[in-house]
Unconditional design. Structure first.
Lengths: 463, 463
């Protein structure tokens, strides 16, 4: 009997090739243990609300009212909702054509894209065009759509940092393109060096790969570094010289835990560089409601902004977005609220300010405690988590542990993380899942929570 | 200067090839006119809330409370929300790990997948396994994911009905597969004939295409027919003989406007057929919160159920779903509510019942009025809209109109629809966008609203 079309041997080979470590073997085992009744702390993915972070009140009030527009005329609404939330809900509903239950334009609601453009203008000091901003169901969906536009076959290469967030490697594999790795230098605080970039591009080209784009994750995931303005400038010059599209993954732009290197967007640095670069370098920048002090992962909201992309391509991207009709409308409203939060003088401002600053300060404290804690341990080193939401320590395993792992047929870091999971219930991601260099007798762990810190170290000492 | 990677000539050729008429030239022109201040009635896509349909109250109350969980403990909540909505919100929040702001499992919340399985069991009389139900951001995303799993290259073919909803043709083009058309017979009430299926498969195979799957849209989009049980049985037998996966697009299963042929799912018919078919035929069934009497398009909620798909493939589909982390959680809750609405005796039952029946009866009336209206016109014929949300009349154009269209360089039906748009503000989709047979001196229009009916006919008489 011949195999059926959805038997494993028949399906799309690229589907099989795609690997996604953040929800890979470790996550699956953790889910199993959870089903068996074990308490699991999932630190494999940045999911703050799952670890107890409370949502910001004001945006939730506004979106709740948008879901229940019949409350807007209820005289009792004022008992549960502040007047500025009611006003804002009316504002956002007026931007829709039929409320949250109607498809929006496939690019997102025009009024919210305008608010995003105004935010970018305020942030960077350069105007932004709403027609070049598309709202998406989370930043991941935007990244996937843009990679799908760029990659036409196995000869098309994308420069991706290593260690990297596996969205990139998985999507490139799924689309049948070629991942071209560039290595971040751990001893230079995960810095990015153009010599390494040139080496990587030259090597790929010598294999016949047409390198088309470069991914920058700033602040870094999982490495946590914040790129300096000078570094971003060098990268943009490099991409200009090498004719590469820049994919700027800037979803952690609110998550900054030091004052020396504030976040500067790739768009701003590009505009600062002036012509010809500011008119020539093709840049797509991604943002989300899932990170920052919002952490609204489950809402699935994001946007991308296109710079120096010709109108014909913008139209093609629009056409493809149309196939799935529209991003979910409630997350579009979260995006509007994120770029346009309560202002001083608004009824809800004080609460919004104290909630958001509380979260940010707490993350800042945890970044310090995590790093210091790791570095106080024997055989563990960890760069300071300057930004994003993760610590990525290097843990040197004794040769015997590596031997035991090999006997079990496991990559050593995977073996260690599985043991850590079984012993403590903490679900992490081994560094090899991020493509960290091979041949090291060390590995990386991944965690984003202060509450985990002590348990975590207990586990390490016990091993 | 060489082209840049996101210049039109450089991008993925499959992106350029994909056509999506529902939001194509007509829609773009309608959007332009709207920007210029003209009142446009968008009937190009089934988007009931945009045409004034009110959302059902109970589900909106529940989701609003889930967005604002701090209200659940507010003593005033009872002034705005009935007790059963409050209880249900607590229930759904208990199924999440961190509320609507936390990513769920990439397959959707286990508790809601269980409710979907129970619904399918009640509907079909056969048990359904929650592990084989994946929640998605609308049915379209599910269809795209499954087609991506099936299509590995240009030799992989998918049988698609013509006229068809262009999600299928667009996605197949984007994935670089081959669309294998089978024609629905307008004179037999858009019926589906296995002789035609065999012809189509044989022809494709003679061209070297490996036909792997067959799409059935039931009730039909845009054709509105409801398949008889006998017809579905024939199709399943055909797919068994030809080793085809069945993709059952059943998003209009609540939208039935006659009593002779109630909706019967492909899953039930398959199980009724017994072995070997019930154990052999691979079937994926799709459903959504966007249609029915819900019409919650903008929420982007859906699911697919997998039947006879081996576990290795189910795991691969899970892995790919993981790349985008999770479907939006609030739409998952809408799906839970849709499959598990208020029951007789619940506080909100009477309101829910009267609202949902009101919408359904209104759609039923409109289906009749639309069809009768079309058929009362000269040179217009239209099959009765038995289900779904669209009328698809055939309009015979005079030879001179066709001549004028050709002189303007337009396909006649596109030309007519553009004229209709300019004259009346009604945005429709020409039949050629659905791949309707060529060589006809006729075309099809697409509409889903009673309120449009008279305007619409006025336009036709004016032409």
């Amino acid at each position: 009997m011949p195999p059926k079309p959805l038997d494993y041997e028949s399906i799309n080979e690229n589907v099989k090739k795609a690997q996604y470590a953040v929800r890979g073997e470790l996550y699956l085992r953790a889910s199993e243990l959870q089903t068996e009744g074990k308490k699991i702390i999932f630190t494999n993915v940045g999911n703050p609300h799952a670890l107890g972070q409370k949502p910001l009140t004001f945006p939730r009030q506004v979106v709740a009212l948008c879901q229940a527009p019949f409350l807007l005329d209820d005289p009792n609404a004022g008992l549960l909702f502040p007047a500025d939330a009611i006003a804002r809900a009316k504002h956002y509903l007026s931007l829709t054509s039929g409320g949250l239950g109607a498809y929006s334009d496939s690019r997102g609601l025009p009024g919210i894209r305008k608010e995003v453009a105004e935010f970018i203008h305020r942030r960077d000091g350069y105007p932004s065009d709403p027609e070049l901003i598309y709202l998406t169901d989370g930043a991941s969906k935007g990244v996937m759509q843009i990679l799908n536009t760029i990659i036409g076959g196995p000869g098309d290469g994308i420069l991706v940092p290593v260690p990297q967030y596996p969205l990139y490697s998985a999507t490139i594999a799924l689309l049948g393109g070629s991942l071209v790795p560039y290595y971040l230098e751990e001893t230079a605080n995960w810095g990015l060096d153009t010599t390494e970039l040139r080496r990587s591009v030259a090597q790929a080209r010598s294999k016949g790969i047409n390198v088309k784009a470069m991914v920058i994750i700033n602040p870094g995931n999982p490495t946590g570094q914040c790129l300096s303005e000078a570094n971003v400038r060098d990268i943009l010059r490099f991409c200009y010289e090498e004719n590469l599209v820049v994919l700027g993954d800037e979803v952690y732009q609110q998550n900054i835990y030091q004052d020396e290197r504030p976040f500067v967007s790739a768009k701003k640095v590009l505009m600062d560089l002036g012509e010809p670069l500011s008119k020539e370098v093709q840049l797509i920048s991604f943002h989300t409601v899932s990170k920052g002090y919002w952490g609204e992962c489950g809402q699935r909201g994001g946007y991308f902004e296109m710079t120096n992309i010709p109108p014909e391509t913008v139209d093609e991207i629009y056409k493809i977005a149309s196939i799935a009709l529209s991003p979910n409308v409630s997350a579009q409203i979260f995006m509007g609220l994120m770029v346009n939060p309560p202002k001083p003088g608004d009824i809800s401002y004080d609460q919004y300010f104290s909630e958001s600053q509380g979260i940010l300060q707490s993350l800042r404290r945890r970044a310090r405690i995590m790093t210091d804690g790791f570095n106080s341990c024997k055989n563990v080193v960890c760069n300071f988590t300057e930004g994003a939401m993760y610590s990525f320590p290097q843990i040197r395993l004794p040769p015997r542990a590596i031997e035991v792992a090999k006997q079990a047929g496991k990559v050593p870091d995977v073996f260690y993380c599985l043991k850590l999971l079984e012993a403590t219930g903490i679900s992490t991601v081994p560094g090899s899942g991020f493509g960290q260099k091979e041949g090291y007798i060390l590995f990386h762990l991944f965690s984003d929570g202060y509450p985990l810190f002590y348990t975590f170290f207990y586990a390490i000492h016990k091993q």
